[in-house]
Design a protein. Structure first.
Length: 288
């Protein structure tokens, strides 16, 4: 991790809300908040370009979460893809870590859907193709995302995808299962809910199926009043297909949201599916 104590030193003791400048960046409004961090819109004082700066308060982190933060940074440094948010710079002071990343001006796809409703299938296919391209790139690098959801798919000014938030991501080896429960419950695969060892890429495929459903329907396929209720419907793998969904789109979703991980479509099968072909949205995959 590159450390720039000098650039961050003036801000080391100041509360995050009162920070106005970090290194070469002037801070603007808050565009995101988490348990241990805030994300600020910022401008480079030399180039005037917009960036997003995630400011992490180390004093609030236990050893496990600090390790998770450093893992996220090391993974982001490996990723250079047009549909993944780019990490530009890391600065660190005694109490804070600053991650300077690409800014996706149109924000979360989740917010876009709330404001505009479900997408037409042609637009959903274009967006989904870009998501598939980004996830395939990660898998080829031996990285699983493990928190794929509409809130973590961002849009730039041209309505192109920028996959974000690698806080739950991890490296994997082919044939070596993962064990940690993580991610967002409505997007989590049945095997993750069941607490058994799971294949990381296959659990990402399930989450991608939920994302596609959300794009086309503007609603979640699995829901429940309690976590227990949600677990029941996810493990059963039962969901409704609305009348307006095309047969081709339904076919693809039904081959991704399969309870048995080994029966789920692989990314290559998804990428070459007739639904994406219908809209000339077949993605170029790193896996070939």
């Amino acid at each position: 991790m590159s450390e720039n104590f000098a650039a961050a030193s003036a801000a080391k003791q100041m509360p995050i809300e009162k920070l106005v400048r970090v290194g070469y960046y002037e801070l603007d409004k808050t565009i995101g908040k988490g348990n241990f961090a805030v994300v600020k819109l910022a401008s480079n004082v030399i180039t005037n370009s917009k960036v997003a700066i995630k400011i992490i308060d180390k004093t609030c982190l236990d050893e496990e979460n600090l390790a998770k933060t450093f893992r996220e940074i090391s993974i982001l440094k490996l990723l250079h893809h047009p549909h993944i948010t780019r990490l530009y710079e890391v600065m660190e002071s005694r109490n804070k870590i600053y991650l300077v990343t690409e800014h996706a001006a149109r924000g979360e796809i989740f917010d876009h859907l709330v404001a505009n409703g479900r997408m037409k299938e042609e637009e959903a296919a274009r967006i989904f193709s870009q998501i598939i391209s980004a996830v395939d790139y990660c898998h080829c690098k031996g990285i699983v995302h493990r928190d794929l959801k509409a809130e973590n798919v961002l849009l730039d000014n041209e309505m192109n995808v920028k996959l974000a938030d690698f806080g739950f991501s991890n490296t994997f080896s082919e044939g070596t299962p993962l064990r940690t429960w993580c991610g967002s419950p409505p997007y989590a695969a049945p095997e993750v809910f069941q607490g058994v060892e799971y294949d990381g890429p296959k659990s990402d495929i399930w989450s991608l199926g939920v994302v596609l459903y959300v794009l086309v329907c503007g609603a979640l396929p699995f829901d429940g009043a309690t976590l227990h209720d949600l677990r029941s419907v996810v493990v059963a793998g039962k969901f409704r297909i609305p009348f307006f969904m095309s047969q081709e789109c339904e076919h693809l979703i039904r081959h991704m949201l399969v309870v048995e991980p080994e029966k789920r479509y692989a990314l290559k099968q998804i990428a070459n599916h007739k639904w994406l072909e219908m809209y000339n949205a077949i993605p170029m995959l790193d896996s070939g």
